[in-house]
Each structure stands twice: as structure tokens, then as C-alpha cells.
Ligand binder design. Structure first.
Ligand SMILES: Cc1cc2nc3c(=O)[nH]c(=O)nc-3n(C[C@H](O)[C@H](O)[C@H](O)COP(=O)(O)OP(=O)(O)OC[C@H]3O[C@@H](n4cnc5c(N)ncnc54)[C@H](O)[C@@H]3O)c2cc1C
Length: 381
């Protein structure tokens, strides 16, 4: 039996960030268990985007701080957080009204979002078809980071420090002992005994709960994304969003490919299926080339699928849950990657000090059982 102070299940952006901030707060005995490799869940399949343009106060506050942490983390573990902005294209008066309200709230919380004219949007990217665009919402501090650089950055950092990262190690059973004080975590690589257990298993969170007789209401929904061959006509630096074109989001990587996706049809049932669909390629091609017409002649290089892990209200479930020292960091829908640095810092603080100044009450997992569902955070893709 291997004894540890903290065991984290899942080496996606969430589990890795929690381990990192625990080690920063002086916790020495931390193990992260991962059934595949770092980032093999949704993290390595995400669209790279990081934004503070949300509609509700807690998520804006979290993301403002998360963007600060992305910068510090990038410097410390070695990746680029490229603050090239998020540009929401607005086509109707209703959208403009909605984004003006959001801008006001975001500005009041220190996020410098501006509403731009179509001509100003074109200055940021002259390849967009602005013929029907009426305005755009832009925050220059939003941006993107390559998930493989981030996960390998964490991995290297852990190799030089005290966090133990066990890849190819699947958790297949959990037993509670001594009045739930000890959690015995059974894995394909031996058994661990820990007091503090963190479920950061993304779309598989419910399976981990079942091992303890808990029903964790997180459901996986397939989402797909693509990257194109290098796009030659110019640069698409900001993340361009268009709700009018199937909630499309797209941006350009440093190597030149256009990465992004569109929304999953609402009637697609939950699934663990990770196969891609041809109909997605048809829909994404149409949406992207309507937004940036010169993309019409660019080929798709790679296409993949991953999960949005959905809680009943589409907001994360963060905090202690039903068993002492058993924590959840799950249910991130389409914005778990961007939240990871602040979720990591906040959850580590909660584990060590049993409190955080961050608005974790809003994300308390107990809200679901109490029927206190929150408004869904602004989703796209
Ligand atoms: C196509 C697509 C685009 C997206 N775009 C964005 C975006 O632009 N920005 C953004 O913020 N978010 C985006 N998301 C969402 C984002 O990817 C997720 O919210 C985020 O990666 C969740 O990270 P995580 O660490 O919580 O989960 P995951 O990355 O899924 O990690 C969970 C890990 O747990 C491991 N695990 C599960 N069960 C076990 C077990 N029994 N034993 C051991 N290990 C186990 C899994 O192997 C996995 O590696 C996107 C998602 C998709 C699919």
C-alpha cells in the first residue's frame, strides 16, 4: 500500500493544475493518477481558447484571475499564453444589446472588453466577411495556449519537483476505511491510501463516484474540432466567434493551421463515443468559410472528438462532496481548460486552508442536490 496525503484522479488540465498549486502551497505528498497519458481526455482535444468574456459575475471573476495565472504559469512551466483576444461577431440589435450589458459587467470587474464597429473588427482581422456584421465584442486580454505545451510543461515541472504523476494507471476501485477517513484507491499500478481524494476525471467523473457509491451528475457530450493545413492568405489572430454560424469559434495556431469547431446539435444524446462524423466536417466547413471566405480553399488536416462534461446546470462542481476530504473538480462543459489555473489555485487553497476568497460557493457541488441550479454560463461551440 502506497501512502500519500493527496491523490488526484485525472491528469487533464484540472488535475494537473490542482497538483501544481498544492505543491506551491507546500503540500509534498501528492500523486496524480491517469489511466492514459497527460491530456488524453478532453484537455488534449480542446480548442485552445481562454476568455473572460462571460455573462455572470462569478465566472468573470474566476476567469479574470485565471488569465493572470495563465501568464504566470506560462513563464514558470514554459509555454506561451498568446493574448490575441476574443472577437465576438454581432449580427443583430438583440445581440449588441446583450453584449453591451455583458461589457458593462465585465468592465466593472476589471475586464477591458470593448464594443467595436465592423471597421474596427476588420482592423483586427481583415479576412472576416463583415458585410452583415453590425458590431463586435472584443477583449484584448483573452487568448489561447497550446494544450500539449501546457500538459508537457506540467509534466516536466513535476519531474523536477515532488508531485508524483502516474500515467497508464487506471483507478478501478475505491474503498473507504476508518469511518471514511482513509480512501483506499485501487489502481492497475498498485493501491494507494490517502486522506484527501480529488475527482478530476472529466467526462468519467460519474464512474469514479460509483466506486464510492455516489451519484455524481456529470454527463459526457461529444464535441468535435478540426485543424486545417497552414492557411496562407493571412493571419486570424483573435479567436473569432459567431453564434450566427452554429456557435462557431476559430483561430490560427502559430504554425498556421486554423483550429476550431462548432456546436453539437442539441438533440445529440450523451455518449462516450469519440468517433468523428462526416456531417460535422460539412457543417464546420460551411460555417468557417462563411465567416472567413478565403478559408474555402483550405483543407482540413485533422479532425477529432472529445467530451464536454456537463453538470445539470452547465457550471462546474467545485468543492468537498458528501464524504470528508473528498473533493470534486468536474462538470466544466466547454470552458474547463481556460478555468484550470484558477480552479487549481482555489481548490488547493480549499484543501489546505479549508477556505478560499474565490467565489467557490457559487460552484458548490451540493447546490445540485438542493435544486439550486445556476444560470448556464455563456457557452459556445
Ligand atoms: C472539441 C472541444 C473543444 C474545446 N474547446 C475548449 C476551449 O477552447 N477552451 C476551454 O476552456 N475548454 C474547451 N473545451 C473543454 C475542455 O477541453 C474541458 O473542459 C477540459 O479539458 C476539462 O479538463 P479536465 O482535466 O477536467 O478533464 P480531462 O481533460 O477530460 O481529464 C480527465 C482525465 O481523467 C482521466 N481518467 C478518467 N477516468 C480515470 C480512471 N478511472 N483512472 C485514471 N484516470 C482516469 C482521463 O483519462 C482524463 O485524462 C473543449 C472541449 C472539446 C471536446
Amino acid at each position: 500500500m502506497i501512502k500519500r496525503d493527496v491523490v488526484i484522479i485525472g491528469a487533464g488540465s484540472t488535475g494537473l493544475a490542482i497538483a501544481y498549486y498544492l505543491s506551491k502551497q507546500g503540500v509534498k505528498d501528492v500523486t496524480v493518477l491517469e489511466k492514459g497519458y497527460v491530456g488524453s481526455g478532453s484537455t488534449g482535444r480542446c480548442g485552445t481558447g481562454i476568455r473572460a468574456q462571460f455573462a455572470d459575475e462569478p465566472t468573470i471573476k474566476m476567469m479574470k484571475r485565471s488569465e493572470e495565472n495563465w501568464n504566470k504559469l506560462g513563464e514558470e512551466i514554459g509555454f506561451d499564453f498568446r493574448q490575441t483576444g476574443y472577437l465576438y461577431l454581432l449580427y443583430t440589435e438583440e445581440e449588441i444589446e446583450q453584449y453591451r450589458k455583458m461589457k458593462k459587467l465585465q468592465n466593472s470587474l476589471g475586464v477591458p472588453t470593448e464594443i467595436l464597429s465592423p471597421a474596427e473588427a476588420e482592423e483586427l482581422c481583415n479576412l472576416i466577411d463583415t458585410s452583415e456584421v453590425k458590431a463586435a465584442s472584443y477583449n484584448p486580454e483573452d487568448g489561447k495556449a497550446h494544450p500539449f505545451e501546457v500538459t508537457t510543461g506540467f509534466k516536466k515541472y513535476f519531474q523536477e519537483g515532488e508531485v508524483e504523476l502516474k500515467e497508464q494507471t487506471e483507478v478501478n476501485g475505491i474503498k473507504l476505511e476508518n469511518g471514511e477517513k482513509w480512501k483506499i484507491v485501487k489502481t492497475t499500478g498498485g493501491n494507494y491510501r490517502t486522506k484527501v481524494l480529488v475527482n478530476a476525471a472529466g467526462g468519467w467523473a460519474r464512474n469514479i463516484g460509483e466506486m464510492m457509491g455516489l451519484d455524481i451528475p456529470v454527463t459526457p457530450y461529444r464535441h468535435q474540432a478540426i485543424i486545417t493545413e497552414p492557411f496562407k492568405p493571412g493571419r486570424v489572430e483573435p479567436m473569432i466567434i459567431s453564434m450566427r454560424h452554429e456557435d462557431a469559434y476559430l483561430t490560427q495556431t502559430e504554425r498556421g493551421g486554423i483550429i476550431g469547431g462548432i456546436g453539437t446539435p442539441e438533440d445529440e444524446p450523451p455518449t462516450y463515443e469519440m468517433r468523428e462524423t462526416l456531417s460535422f466536417e460539412e457543417r464546420v466547413s460551411k460555417a468557417f468559410s462563411s465567416i472567413v471566405p478565403s478559408l474555402k480553399h483550405t483543407r482540413i488536416l485533422r479532425h477529432w472528438a472529445g467530451y464536454y462534461a456537463m453538470s445539470p446546470d452547465g457550471n462546474p462542481m467545485l468543492g468537498e462532496y458528501k464524504i470528508p476530504d473528498h473533493y470534486l473538480a468536474v462538470g466544466f462543459s466547454g470552458h474547463g481548460y481556460m478555468m484550470a489555473p484558477i480552479v487549481g489555485e482555489g481548490l488547493a487553497r480549499l484543501i489546505v486552508d479549508r477556505k478560499t476568497e474565490l467565489p467557490f460557493d457559487y460552484y458548490d457541488p451540493g447546490r445540485i442536490d438542493k435544486g439550486e441550479l445556476r444560470e448556464s454560463a455563456l457557452q459556445m461551440g
